[in-house]
Ligand binder design. Sequence first.
Ligand code: AMP
Length: 280
Amino acid sequence: MVVVKTIKELKDLLNSFGENRKVGFVPTMGALHAGHVSLIERCVNENEVSVVSIFVNPTQFNDKKDLEKYPRTLDADCKLLEGKGVDIIFAPAVEEMYPEEDKRVFDFSPLDKVMEGKCRPGHFNGVAQIVSKLFDAVNPDRAYFGEKDFQQVAIIKEMVHQLRYDIEIKACPIKREDDGLALSSRNSLLSPEERSQAVNISKALFASKKYADTHTVDETKSYVESLIAESPLLKTEYFTIVDGDTLQDIKNWEDTDFAVGCIAVFCGNIRLIDNIKYKE
Ligand code: AMP
């Protein structure tokens, strides 16, 4: 496993592996946890060369404070990946990825007009900027993304289509703590009290799955919101039930074969997201 910081080093190293090797790629912002590791293990299993990027991308943060407090743990991340079969860790500085301002404006409408796109203006434009730059640098055959960021997977697939990348996008299931909390780099920022209430997000989603069998979409939405409201440190930013392909709200369960409930919750000052599939 080699850690490189520049695109030139990355490309030289990739060339040294020779042609006709399948290259798998896992983009991350570091502070790695078992969720990331699940993507990375799948990547290593399915490809001859595996690249993991670690880069906290400033252009996808609409909140400066969120960017400042985002955990950065490169040494621990490299240690965690030792012996896991990763060939290259690409950990560039901001100036390497943005030698000048990236002025590109993407349009993923209507996918980016809802949920995270609505609550975090510019977020997905920043995601598309960095992921396209990383795709250009790594030139992978396959790239791995977590369903924890459900909307992001849809946006990346749309970006691949729009920019005509020949890259297979692999969506990987959410990895959770034993108590159900979705693993997230932001979990490390939670106080013990916040952590103990954060679990009520996934608990509400799991409970709602059963509830949904005998209740309408609107009733299920209200049920989740009321369960979350029982925890004083939790504040729901949105909970919505969407068609998993179009990401647009559904009114009735019959509207789709693929129904997903997506939630964003502030736990104290830390913003957490999660989702659950009701029908697939
Ligand atoms: P991040 O470092 O948060 O940008 O995440 C890098 C990749 O790991 C993204 O594709 C995420 O969706 C994925 N990921 C983050 N947390 C989880 C999780 N709990 N389970 C599965 N994938 C995850």
